[in-house]
Design a protein around this ligand. Structure first.
Ligand code: ATP
Ligand code: MG
Length: 600
């Protein structure tokens, strides 16, 4: 019989006392209903859902003494480099392990107290310990909640503190390994893994479910995730938390997320459909984002950010050799010795066919190469010409397989011209940082400044600051012989940043603008293989900017030889990969007067 069957399923599901009460009530209701009633189906669905939620079921964590070493190995096996990030993740796991030990101890103490204070005949099993209810699932009559001893209150408080673990937020450009790191953490811990994609979630009900009165109501993403993994302590990846919608007429999804992530609230998370509090405190949440800018501040406040930056060509080559190529060869049905890519070929794919901070497109291109080798291999097999099949791929072969190269070194073709300066950009969309030419031209006019190239307001202001400084120092800069002359008199200037379709903003090109103006007015060209970045103040100071690693990788790729950076960015310089510091002459300046001698 149907009701019996459901009852059995629910018994197996080990419900919390609160859920058990609701389930008992609904079961009774269901038994009385006519199966032809629409409500019958609704009620049945609801009970099925209750039975599928892992109320108390958990997997054992892999956290004995040896497993921290194992976790380290897991992270190292799956990912090249990322040392700082791996270190942080291991710290996190170590703390988790310590906390679990403390927690178990506290739970035991509570259990001892409860058992001691319970009358003998009442052999109630201890339910989830946050729950103050002492009603055993089987007892029908309500009993008055027992007074908590001060000792118990103290332990519970301690336990609550220990229960809180920070939620990690991995933030960085696309394809840098955020999702796959989170997966590795789950594997290392031996926990189940579930990914929830928050990108484009506009409706609060998607996260928290629809009320049962709603036609075709369903639980939300969180509860569905728990149902799917079937345990209460999985690793749940909240992917693209920067793209979750905020307040709209569909409710506020970010507010729902806040509740999910808040350790004060998430042990009593209520899904609208289920309408019983569910304990999410055992879930290990890891979030990922491409940028911090669009994450609502209260949400960001609940998480601990770990920053990933882009990879250099050398790092990418290692990632390709150790991870991407073997993976693509096997997915395409070949064995490892059937495809051979020399370093120079890999480098060519990296520099001429991709332009990205991460390695996602690189993996795609390598996939294309492997597929094409798979076709050759299969043909050779069919025509019995396997002995002449060559596993190696040369640089020349690449053009046949991947088409003509998509990106070329930009600097090679440039000649030095007064008024043109090589700047550096790091796009927030996570394409690799790159160089950007800033062009200034003058013409007869009335002192007007024209700006083109889709420049944002902050960038426009930074041009004005640069111009004001140059105007007020024209005499010291030897741009005029008369200290009282206005160098902009009877002149207009036009500032342009090519690749006009890409919007650019931010103050970080201030130094480059200033140098471009000085170069224009003095007629001295700046060698194009000198690049610069830095915010510029009216007093001539060069101030720190973001994205240094991305920018320098881009500069190195484009053939820049020397870069001028703000002195205050020295901590970023300290963290740069050897490849960058060896390939580039890095000059750090704090004032424009310090910068100029490095240019001319
Ligand atoms: P997005 O922001 O677009 O979601 P992501 O950071 O989540 O990007 P992943 O999907 O984790 O990127 O990574 C893309 C691919 O690159 C995966 O196959 C991943 O294994 C691989 N990868 C990235 N970084 C490394 C690394 N350091 N070592 C080995 N493989 C890597
Ligand atoms: Mg991802």
């Amino acid at each position: 019989n149907e009701v019996e069957e459901l009852k059995k399923k629910l018994d197996d599901a080990k419900l919390t006392p609160e859920a058990q009460k609701v389930a008992d009530r609904e079961l009774k209701r269901l038994a009385k209903m006519n199966p032809a009633q629409a409500e019958h189906q609704v009620c049945r669905n609801y009970l099925e859902n209750l039975a599928e939620i892992p109320w108390t079921k958990m997997t054992e964590d892999n956290l004995d003494a040896a497993t921290l070493t194992k976790a380290r190995k897991q992270l190292d096996d799956d990912h090249y480099g990322l040392d700082k990030i791996k270190k942080r993740l291991l710290e996190y796991l170590a703390v988790l392990k310590l906390k679990q030990a403390v927690n178990m101890d506290l739970e035991r103490q509570i259990q001892a107290i409860t058992q001691a204070s319970q009358p003998k005949e009442e052999k109630a099993e201890e339910a989830s310990s946050e729950d103050e209810e002492d009603v055993a699932p089987s007892t029908k009559k309500e009993e008055a909640p027992r007074e908590q001893t001060p000792e118990e209150v103290r332990i519970l408080k301690h336990k609550k503190m220990v229960d809180k673990s920070p939620i990690l937020l991995l933030v960085g450009p696309p394809g840098t390994g955020k999702t796959s790191l989170a997966k590795s953490v789950a594997t290392a811990l031996g926990r189940k893994f579930h990914r929830i994609s928050l990108g484009g979630v506009r409706d609060e009900a998607e996260i928290r479910g629809h009320r049962r009165t709603y036609v075709a109501a369903m639980p939300g993403l969180i509860v569905n995730g728990l149902k799917k993994v079937g345990v209460a302590n999985p690793v749940i990846l909240l992917d693209e938390i920067d793209k979750v919608g905020t307040s709209s007429y569909h409710g506020d999804p970010s507010a729902a997320m806040l509740e999910v992530l808040d350790p004060e609230q998430n042990h009593t998370f209520v899904d609208h459909y289920v309408n019983i509090s569910i304990d999410l405190s055992k879930v290990l949440f890891i979030a990922t984002a491409n940028t911090l800018e669009t994450i609502p501040p209260p949400l960001l406040d609940r998480m601990e950010t770990i920053q990933l930056s882009g990879y250099t060509t050398l790092e990418k080559r290692h990632i390709a050799t150790r991870h991407l190529i073997p993976k693509q060869i096997t997915t395409n049905g070949l064995s490892l010795q059937d495809v051979q890519l020399k370093d120079e070929v890999i480098d060519k794919v990296i520099t001429s066919y991709t332009r990205e901070s991460g390695v996602r497109n690189l993996e795609r291109e390598i996939g294309s190469v492997c597929r094409s080798k798979a076709v050759q291999f299969a043909e050779a097999k069919d025509t019995n010409t396997l002995p002449v099949y060559s596993p190696s791929v040369s640089v020349d072969d690449l053009e046949d397989i991947l088409g003509i190269e998509r990106f070329d070194e930009e600097l090679a073709a440039r000649t030095a011209q007064p008024g043109v300066v090589t700047g550096l950009v790091a796009y927030s969309t996570g394409t690799q940082g790159s160089i950007l030419f800033i062009e200034v031209a003058d013409m007869p006019g009335t002192g007007r400044v024209q700006l083109t190239g889709k420049l944002g307001d902050v960038l426009k202001e930074s041009v004005e600051v640069a111009l004001s400084w140059v105007k007020s120092h024209a005499y010291e800069l030897a741009l005029t012989h008369d200290p009282n002359e206005d160098i902009m008199k009877a002149r207009s200037i036009h500032v342009h940043c090519p690749s006009g379709a890409i919007p650019k903003d931010g103050p970080s090109a201030g130094l480059a603008h200033t140098v471009a103006l000085i170069s224009l007015f003095s007629g001295k060209a700046v060698p194009p293989n000198i690049a610069m970045t830095g915010e510029f103040s009216l007093r001539g100071k060069v101030m720190p900017v973001g994205g240094i690693k991305e920018k320098l990788i881009g500069a190195l790729r484009a053939g820049v030889k020397k870069v001028l950076l703000p002195q205050q960015n020295r901590k970023d310089v300290k963290d740069l990969p050897l490849e960058v510091t060896e390939g580039l002459e890095i000059v750090q300046v704090s004032h424009i007067w310090e910068a100029l001698p490095h240019i001319w």
